[in-house]
Write a protein that binds this ligand. Structure first.
Ligand SMILES: Cc1cc2nc3c(=O)[nH]c(=O)nc-3n(C[C@H](O)[C@H](O)[C@H](O)COP(=O)(O)O)c2cc1C
Length: 188
């Protein structure tokens, strides 16, 4: 069975992004994959403050491995100031180089209370992970007006958002089931 990690791409306490990431998990499991949720709230940020690029930091390696060992990634990304959160870029900048996201299928969900549902955050993130050689899954979901359109009891209440999400999940699982494992590049 393929394994996916759903990454909540913010460190904001009680974020809607983490709420939604947790909501996704059983829905992915119903589609026949093993799913786990990881939050950037648990990223060992204090270990990299001051610029520790190129250093081997066990807590960072361990965090990264949890994510990079998955067969596919679902990035749930909130929009902060027209972009993704800073912690998300910090996480990427401390991934192993040059392997990083090489050959890793990644799917995107944008979360925002604004009208565009995290469109800018997701598109900018797609550009970055594409540069790092991910297999960028093209079907995106943008959850606009999130607080109005989501509840923990009923999930997404907007029919169009439900439909797009169902389609994305189903097709992403098909995609990762058909994707060859990434080439194992040696890191320097
Ligand atoms: C620092 C910060 C910046 C934000 N900037 C935007 C923004 O540019 N556009 C937007 O629609 N919402 C913005 N929001 C509101 C988020 O859409 C809202 O908090 C939503 O719940 C997703 O973020 P969360 O996962 O942190 O809850 C911002 C929130 C924070 C904390």
């Amino acid at each position: 069975m393929k394994r996916i990690v759903i990454l909540a791409c913010t460190d904001r306490p009680e974020s809607n992004t983490l709420r939604f990431s947790k909501y996704l998990k059983p829905h992915y499991e119903k589609l026949g994959v093993q799913a786990s949720v990881v939050s950037l709230q648990d990223y060992p940020l204090e270990q990299v403050v001051g610029g520790k690029y190129g250093e081997k930091i066990p807590s960072v390696t361990s965090f990264n491995n949890t994510i990079l060992e998955a067969d596919g990634l679902v990035f749930v990304i909130p929009e902060y100031n027209g972009s993704f959160p800073g912690i998300f870029k910090m996480f990427i900048d401390y991934l192993p180089f040059p392997a990083s996201f090489l050959g890793k299928p990644i799917s995107f969900v944008g979360v925002a209370n604004g009208a565009f549902g995290g469109l800018r955050a997701v598109e900018q993130a797609q550009q970055v992970v594409g540069y790092r050689n991910a297999y960028v899954f093209p079907e995106r979901v943008f959850l606009a007006r999130f607080s109005k359109n989501f509840s923990d009891e009923n999930g997404l209440t907007e029919e169009m958002q439900q439909k797009l999400l169902r389609s994305q999940m189903r097709n992403f699982v098909t995609y990762i089931n058909q994707t060859l494992p990434p080439v194992d590049l040696e890191t320097p």
